[in-house]
Ligand binder design. Structure first.
Ligand code: SF4
Length: 360
């Protein structure tokens, strides 16, 4: 059976990384907090989209202590548009633990990092190697793609046992004197050369002479991944309800999807105009004008929202307490109320700037 010697990849990768590394704001130094923040933001989000968020977040909450003490709405507002909000909630929980148990400094210990809220094997290895020079391989989708292409390995990358096998194989070859550079080189190679969709740029790859998939011309057959369950589809009707210069919002529940965020009113199913007017009147609002506006779709990991929407002008406000409604001006929505990007299609109509991210 053909096999490649993964021990050969480290020197080649490091040499390539020395000249090709991406210039990223979180690579300015080895501050563990900055590395932690960047790694959490980069889960599920593109590098280009993260940069602006990263800078803003770090400016507002520059230390573990400031993160531990931040009010929920400030946190969610800083994360607004990045999606997967449990990431920032878990970061705050971990920050509290770091304050209480480690004197405000992230522990220089892989297993201790792994115990912190929201830090899984990939993130623990990334922080340990980049911030503390601990030789642990960080294995994510990029690395699995490179690894399986190099070895023309058709095992299922969705299988946790295989992921563990890859981590062990790379732990055995990660250079002890440059573990952070090795992991970052893998990240960069996956992001810029061994690309996920379409053909990878093998002629620019420092590992091409070792790579079995490149040799066989079968690069796009790897990685092999078993199909995940189909997403459920939820139809809904969204209401941008205007009263004077305000839009009516409500706060989501403190638990579950998009917990604690703010949103325009919506109801399950697709309503025609008559049903929509009935819905508005049942809120004790007086609809003066209704107009169907653009449809939108948002994809979460396990579900999709398929939205139709109406913009409605109303004459007098509902009793706020009865319906937990908030009358917010565009300025307040921009500055104070964190809004999920599931409703990004309606940001401009709410007087907000569009943001360029792809998540919830
Ligand atoms: S040679 Fe091509 S397929 Fe192989 S690791 Fe490099 S970019 Fe990926």
């Amino acid at each position: 059976m053909r096999a490649i010697d993964y021990a050969e990849i480290a020197p080649l990768l490091l040499e390539w990384y020395a000249v090709s590394k991406r210039d990223l704001p979180w690579r300015e130094n080895q501050d563990p907090y900055r590395i932690w923040l960047s790694e959490i933001m980069l889960q599920q989000t593109r590098v280009e989209a993260v940069k602006e968020y990263y800078t803003r977040f770090l400016h507002a909450l520059p230390t573990v202590s400031s993160l531990a003490d931040a009010p929920e709405e400030v946190l969610l507002k800083l994360w607004e548009g990045l999606g997967y909000y449990s990431r920032v909630r878990n970061m705050q929980k971990a920050a509290v633990t770091v304050m209480n148990e480690y004197g405000g400094h992230l522990p220089a210990d892989h297993d201790a990092l792994l115990k912190l809220s929201g830090i899984g094997p990939y993130t623990a290895a990334a922080i340990a190697s980049i911030a503390f020079d601990i030789p642990k391989a960080a294995v994510d989708g990029n690395v699995l793609r490179i690894y399986t292409r190099l070895g023309a390995n058709g095992k299922d990358i969705a299988d946790p046992a295989f992921k563990k096998e890859v981590a062990q194989a790379l732990d055995a070859v990660i250079p002890k004197d440059a573990p952070g550079a090795f992991n970052q080189a893998m990240m960069d190679l996956g992001a810029t050369v061994c690309l996920p969709n379409g053909a990878p740029l093998c002629t620019s790859c420092p590992l091409s002479h070792l790579c079995l998939a490149c040799h066989d011309g079968t690069q796009t057959s790897y990685p092999v991944k078993s199909k995940s369950k189909a997403r459920t589809i939820e139809k809904m009707t969204v209401f941008l309800i205007r009263h004077d210069d305000t839009i009516i919002l409500r706060k989501r529940s403190e638990k579950g999807l998009l917990a604690g965020m703010y949103e325009p009113l919506h109801a399950p199913g697709w309503m025609d105009e008559d049903e929509a007017l009935t819905f508005i009147k049942e809120l004790n609002l007086d609809p003066l004008h209704i107009e169907r506006i653009e449809d939108a779709k948002h994809i979460f990991t396990h579900k999709e929202w398929h939205m139709i929407a109406y913009e409605v002008k109303v004459g007098f406000p509902a009793p706020e307490k009865a319906h937990h409604l908030i009358y917010a001006t565009p300025g307040q929505i921009s500055s104070t109320y964190p809004l999920p990007s599931a409703f990004a299609a309606y940001r401009a109509r709410m007087g907000m700037r569009r943001r360029n991210t792809k998540n919830n």
